[in-house]
Write a protein that binds this ligand. Structure first.
Ligand code: IPD
Length: 297
């Protein structure tokens, strides 16, 4: 049956605001953290409570859609099938959340045939909402939770009047350390950081600037909004990227595999490179990036 993506989108927006209230109500000074895969892979009671709330809300409305969430995912067991599937990160940017650093969000995605079809990303610290429906465009809204006419911002369509991309030496690039400090993937990250931070022989840097926002979803949305030119990460999960991927696509941007030559990654791949929308220069910039980080991943 055809899914009414608009109805899914409207529900996800509602649920995102509810989650935002839960996140803002948590007293970060008193938050207890547990660690998962490593000392820097943290989870809080709020992550778990938000995921429980979100999954209950979504399951009630769409009981037949599988639900994949960061805090309830079982490694080796949870899979993403072609069925319409909610893919959710209750708090993307948990480390920021714990520190009160205002770059954390709730990331709510729906994938259909393993392709992102609806994305809602809400940063309650800045009250900024990013949304997209496949084929219907991407939007950003400031002061999104305020009542209409009482300060709520316009829904701004993303990806219009795009300027061409320049070369890597002037690009602002997002890149993350992620939550592992060992293993082959971590080595790749360290190498990629080192290569991107390097100087050029003819002076200047390899890139215009490097940024780590601490949230994969917000990095993707920053690309969608044209605030970042690119974003690379070697170690994302589907819940980090599904919603933001939809938003970026609809803003004219592109997600490719972070490995040289991979143009069409699957949702379950781990290494991604995202590039903002542009009237020209996407392909060239991606190839230049791959040229700098090199093969052997
Ligand atoms: C993490 C953040 C971080 C990224 C990691 C993610 P979490 O998500 O998005 O920026 O580097 O790969 O796992 O743990 O805060 O939900």
């Amino acid at each position: 049956a055809d899914i009414n993506l608009q109805a899914v989108h409207d529900l996800l927006v509602e649920v995102a605001f509810e989650a935002g209230q839960m996140i803002m109500a948590a007293n970060t000074a008193k938050i207890k953290t547990d660690t998962k895969a490593s000392d820097v892979d943290i989870v809080t009671e709020t992550d778990r409570a938000v995921e429980a709330h979100v999954s209950a809300r979504l399951r009630a409305a769409y009981p037949t859609f599988p639900f994949v969430g960061e805090e309830t995912y079982i490694p080796g067991q949870t899979t993403i099938t072609p069925a319409p599937t909610f893919i959710v990160d209750p708090i993307d940017g948990t480390t920021n959340f714990v520190h009160g650093f205002p770059a954390a969000c709730i990331s709510l995605g729906l994938a259909v045939d393993r392709v992102p079809a609806v994305g809602v990303v809400y940063n309650p610290f800045q009250d900024i909402l990013y949304t997209a429906i496949k084929g219907k465009g991407a939007y950003m809204q400031r002061n999104a939770s305020l009542p209409e006419g009482k300060g709520r911002g316009e829904r701004v369509r993303l990806g219009e009047n795009l300027t061409p991309l320049g070369d890597l030496r002037s690009a602002l690039v997002g890149i993350e350390w992620g939550s592992q400090r060992d293993g082959p993937n971590y080595k790749v990250k360290v190498e990629t950081f080192r290569k991107l931070a390097a100087a050029r022989e003819d002076g200047g840097g390899m890139v215009g600037g490097l940024r780590s926002l601490g949230s994969a979803a917000l990095n993707l949305c920053a690309c969608a909004a044209g605030q970042l030119d690119m974003y690379w990460e070697g170690g994302c999960y589907a819940w980090d990227v599904t919603a933001g991927w939809c938003i970026l696509n609809e803003a004219g941007g592109k997600v490719v595999g972070g490995n040289p030559g991979v143009w069409k990654p699957e949702l379950t791949e781990r290494i991604y490179l995202a590039v903002r929308g542009a009237s020209a220069g996407q392909k060239e910039l991606i190839e230049e990036f791959w040229g700098v980080i090199g093969d052997g991943r």
